[in-house]
Design a protein around this ligand. Sequence first.
Ligand SMILES: [Mg+2]
Length: 185
Amino acid sequence: MTAKPLLLLDVDGPLNPYAARLPRLRGYTAHRLRPANWSSRQTPDSRALRRGLRVVLHPSHGARLQALPYELAWATTWMHEANELIAPAIGLPGDLPVIEWPELFATDPDGLYWKTRALVEWAAGRPFVWVDDMVTDLDVAYVREHHDAPALLLPIHPRHGLRAADFVRLREWAEALTSDPAAEE
Ligand SMILES: [Mg+2]
């Protein structure tokens, strides 16, 4: 039996549609959270720090992601705090694997998104889908060149987050992979 492909999850954009135009996105719940990476950039004792970072999450996303034929892992600046703070709010287990970035927001010499090289290394040749709001054609080309397995970079607009069509796409991609591992590039 073949191992399931990886589904590498970004938080801000796909799960937290931070650029939503509507103040209340249907089905989403607003949370006030204090991830370390955000808190360290706030003024001590400030109102912003007391209030916390506003994050909107969909409580059914966890169940919908877990219903897909993938192994889930976090690919986010939240790193281990995704398990602590995001997972319980959307109904995911709090022990998913986490990609630990060597440096957050590092400038890439070739203009790649700062996550891309570390993510490809972490995937270590396993098929994956990566959902993120920041990937570009450069990243797609890099993955094609440096990753010896099928991979899909699925851009998610931060205005919308993951939508029904994305879940369909994810399921279809994994099913095509299982039925014919050579078919998907
Ligand atoms: Mg993002």
